[in-house]
Design a binder for this molecule. Structure first.
Ligand code: AMP
Length: 293
C-alpha cells in the first residue's frame, strides 16, 4: 500500500489530512489521486458513499488550484444541498493550510444574493447543485471559462432527480480541455451515455462490486395489499421498539398522510418533503439527528 505522500499529495494537504486522522489512503484514493494529479485524465468511478471518494477527488482538485488566480477553476456538481455542504466542508478542512483558497457551496433554498457576493469576491472551487448554478449562470454572476476540473458526484442520483438537462446546459459552458470525473454508485445506460458524451477516453474504476448495495444493509420486501400497507408498517415499527429510520414515499401528500397517521397513533414521527420550507425541513432534520423522532 502506498502513502498519501507517495501518491503525490502536497505537504500542505498532507498536514491537514494527518490532523484529521487519515493515516493511509483508501482504495479509491490510491487509484484516483495520482491519476487526477496528471492532466487530461477523465475518470468514471463506481464507488459508494463511505468509500472515501470525497478525498479521492477533493485532494487533487485542491492541489491543482492556482490560488493567485481568483477565479473558479474547479466545479463539483452534486444532487442535494446536504451533500453540497458536506463536500464543501470537507474541502475546507483539507485545504486548511493552503493559504487563501476559497471554496463556495452554491445550492437552492438559501440566499442567492449572498452566493453572488461571494462569487464577486473571488472563489476557486464551486460546489453546486445544478439548479442553483444554472440560475447564477443565467444572471451572469458566475464565470465558468477558467474551469479545468469538473467532478460530478452521485451522478446517478442527479439523473434520477431530473437534472440531466441542467447538467447538459452547464457542461456546454465549460471549456472542452478540462478533466471530467464522474462518480456514481451504479452503472446505468444513462450514466454510460453521459460519460460517452462528456468524458474523453475515461478510465473506469470500480471500487467494490458493481451495482451492489452496501453489504451492511439488509433488504427485505413485504408483499401486502395496498389497504393493509399502513397496518403492516405499524407492525414493523412495533416489532422493533427502538426503530430509528426513514420511510420513503412516492409523493409529498403520501409522506404527510403517513406521518400524520403515525403521529396520531403515538409514534414520534415527522414528515419531510418539498412542500415544506427550508427552515421547516432543517427543524425536522435537527430533531431526527438528535433522535427525538
Ligand atoms: P466519503 O466516501 O467521502 O463520504 O468518506 C467516508 C468517510 O471516510 C468520511 O468520514 C471521511 O472523512 C473518511 N475518510 C476518507 N478518507 C480516509 C482515509 N484515508 N483514512 C481515514 N478516513 C478517511
Amino acid at each position: 500500500m502506498k502513502t498519501f505522500e507517495e501518491l503525490g499529495v502536497s505537504p500542505e494537504i498532507l498536514k491537514a489530512i494527518e490532523e484529521m486522522g487519515y493515516a493511509n489512503p483508501m482504495p479509491v484514493q490510491e487509484e484516483v489521486i495520482p491519476y487526477l494529479l496528471g492532466e487530461g485524465n477523465d475518470v468514471v468511478a463506481l464507488a459508494q458513499t463511505g468509500t472515501g471518494k470525497t478525498a479521492a477527488f477533493g485532494l487533487p482538485v485542491i492541489q491543482k488550484i492556482n490560488v493567485k488566480n481568483r477565479t473558479p477553476q474547479s466545479l463539483i456538481l452534486c444532487p442535494t444541498r446536504e451533500l453540497c455542504l458536506q463536500i464543501a466542508g470537507d474541502l475546507h478542512d483539507y485545504s486548511k493550510y493552503v493559504d487563501g483558497l476559497k471554496v463556495l457551496p452554491v445550492y437552492g433554498g438559501s440566499s442567492i444574493e449572498s452566493q453572488m457576493r461571494s462569487l464577486k469576491n473571488g472563489v476557486h472551487i464551486i460546489v453546486a447543485t445544478p439548479g442553483r448554478l444554472l440560475d447564477l449562470m443565467e444572471r451572469k454572476t458566475v464565470k465558468l471559462d477558467a474551469i479545468s476540473n469538473v467532478v460530478m458526484d452521485e451522478a446517478d442520483e442527479m439523473l434520477n432527480m431530473g437534472f440531466t438537462e441542467s447538467i447538459n446546459a452547464i457542461l456546454a459552458e465549460i471549456p472542452q480541455d478540462r478533466n471530467t470525473l464522474l462518480f456514481s454508485a451504479t452503472m446505468s445506460p444513462e450514466i454510460s451515455r453521459i460519460s460517452k458524451n462528456y468524458l474523453k477516453n475515461a478510465k473506469e474504476i470500480t471500487i467494490g462490486t458493481r451495482n451492489e448495495g452496501n453489504n451492511n444493509v439488509k433488504h427485505i420486501c413485504y408483499m401486502v395489499h395496498a389497504k393493509d400497507k399502513y397496518a403492516a408498517l405499524k407492525r414493523i415499527a412495533d416489532y422493533y421498539p427502538q426503530i430509528y429510520g426513514i420511510i420513503f414515499c412516492r409523493t409529498c401528500k403520501e409522506t404527510q398522510e403517513i406521518a400524520d397517521k403515525l403521529i396520531q397513533d403515538g409514534y414520534n414521527t415527522d414528515s419531510l418533503h418539498g412542500e415544506l420550507s427550508q427552515q421547516q425541513r432543517d427543524a425536522v432534520m435537527q430533531k431526527f439527528h438528535i433522535g427525538h423522532i
